[in-house]
Design a binder for this molecule. Structure first.
Ligand code: PGA
Length: 244
């Protein structure tokens, strides 16, 4: 795990962009693993600008998102499918059919999880996975207690995660109770991973991440200690409680 320490959110987004840009320029057929939430918004803005200025094309790329809420249709404004269209897909030339997100409204969720794993596999796996981290150390929606070899599955969200995400909904009780997420095992199969963290609300999770040197199920992000190619890009506030 390599740490890139930066000043603030903008610098974090610049560093993340530099890595994604370099990998996509080298391999236009790159398969990306993408994340939602506040953290990657700056990265997506930079990718959209690079596309608009002709520096980058997504025509041959592919993407798979980490997760989706159960019960929200893709046109629901709080669904992650909607988020991705709003922040990235509607603004770049990634063809429809080359991005995939688990369906939270599939009639058979177990079948949808199996379909998703198979689709990632059929695409040749994920080359570069972008991750945020939850205040409780989750990655994707893999909450504490998730096993290392888990694959795409349905999870019940913890109260802490529902609280953290309530800011996006009109009322806290509207936050879905379940989600579909890539498992830790799915994430660890990506060839390269960047974990982004910005702000004081991530400081405790980051301190715990760096106090461990192997997987602890209580901190799902610590599974990244088992992966050979991880970049952690974090700002000063997120690293404020990390003891060097
Ligand atoms: P955030 O969420 O980017 O909105 O902070 C990250 C996460 O919960 O994984």
């Amino acid at each position: 795990m390599r740490l890139i320490r930066v000043k603030d959110y903008a610098a974090m987004s610049d560093e993340a962009f530099a890595i994604v840009y370099e990998r996509m320029s080298t391999n236009p057929r790159l398969t990306l693993g993408l994340a939602t939430g506040s953290t990657p918004v700056g990265l997506y803005e930079r990718l959209v600008s690079a596309y608009r200025t002709g520096k980058l094309s997504f025509r041959e790329a592919r993407s798979f998102n980490l997760d989706e809420y159960v019960g929200l249709a893709p046109d629901h404004p709080q669904s992650y499918a909607y988020f991705m269209r709003e922040h990235l897909f509607d603004h770049v030339d990634l063809p429809a059919g080359r991005w995939d997100i688990p369906s939270g409204i599939a009639p058979d969720l177990a079948e949808e999880c199996a379909r998703y794993e198979a689709a990632i596999e059929a695409a040749g796996g994920i080359d570069l996975q972008v991750l945020g981290i939850g205040p409780n150390g989750h990655i994707g929606f893999n909450e504490p207690g998730t096993s290392l070899d888990s694959r795409t599955h349905v999870v019940e969200l913890t109260e802490s995660t529902r609280r953290a995400n309530a800011r996006f909904f009109d009322r806290p009780e509207e936050v879905p109770t379940h989600a579909i997420t890539m498992g830790l095992g799915t994430i660890l199969r990506a060839r390269e991973i960047i974990l982004l963290a910005s702000g004081e609300s991530k400081a405790e999770a980051m301190a715990r991440l760096f106090s461990l040197n192997d997987f602890d199920p209580e901190l799902p992000a610590s599974s990244l200690h088992r992966h050979p190619e991880v970049w952690v890009i974090a700002d000063e506030a997120a690293l404020s409680r990390v003891r060097v």
